[in-house]
Design a protein. Structure first.
Length: 164
């Protein structure tokens, strides 16, 4: 095993993301956008890899198995359908799981579609307001700075006596 050989890597590259080798594997994989702790643990158990193992002690063979499993989450039945992050995709109707930049792009695309069709959510997004029904009377004021400005005080008159 790699732990006995002493081969430890502080940075491990998995699925296009640099992971901290000092973290446990489940927490390390959660650093990949689109994979959370629960998804990581489920995936590792399906691959028979210990989730408590440190990420830095992964062998090259284990890294390739993890990368292959992550890239094929949608196609294979490794995860149950309810764990996928994009069920009933708008364009294809399929249940898929996106990671990394693909996920970011799809979310932005969804928001733009909502704005274009002028749905309630799209209007809230375009106005920069809360979307999910939160209250807005007193909270959510980040970025809007409206405050009272002090008047500049007049310069103090110079006294005729100067201390020396």
């Amino acid at each position: 095993m790699a732990e006995e050989a002493g081969q430890f890597r502080y940075i491990v590259r998995v699925a296009g993301t640099d992971l901290d080798g000092r973290k446990k594997l489940a927490y390390g994989l959660a650093g990949i956008k689109g994979i959370g702790y629960t998804t990581a643990v489920c995936l590792l158990r399906m691959l028979n890899i210990d989730p408590e193992k440190r990420t830095g002690f992964l062998s090259d063979e284990e890294i390739s198995r993890i990368e292959k499993a992550i890239s094929e989450i949608s196609a294979s039945n490794l995860l149950p359908k309810w764990m996928l992050n994009r069920r009933k995709d708008y364009e294809t109707g399929d249940d898929i799981h996106l990671i990394g930049s693909e996920l970011i792009f799809k979310v932005k695309q969804d928001i733009e579609r909502e704005k274009k069709i002028k749905s309630w959510r799209g209007i809230r997004h375009s106005l920069g307001l809360k979307v999910r029904g939160q209250r807005t009377h007193t909270t959510g004021r980040l970025g809007v700075t409206v405050g009272v400005s002090k008047k500049k005080t007049a310069a103090k008159p110079q006294s005729s006596e100067q201390k020396s």
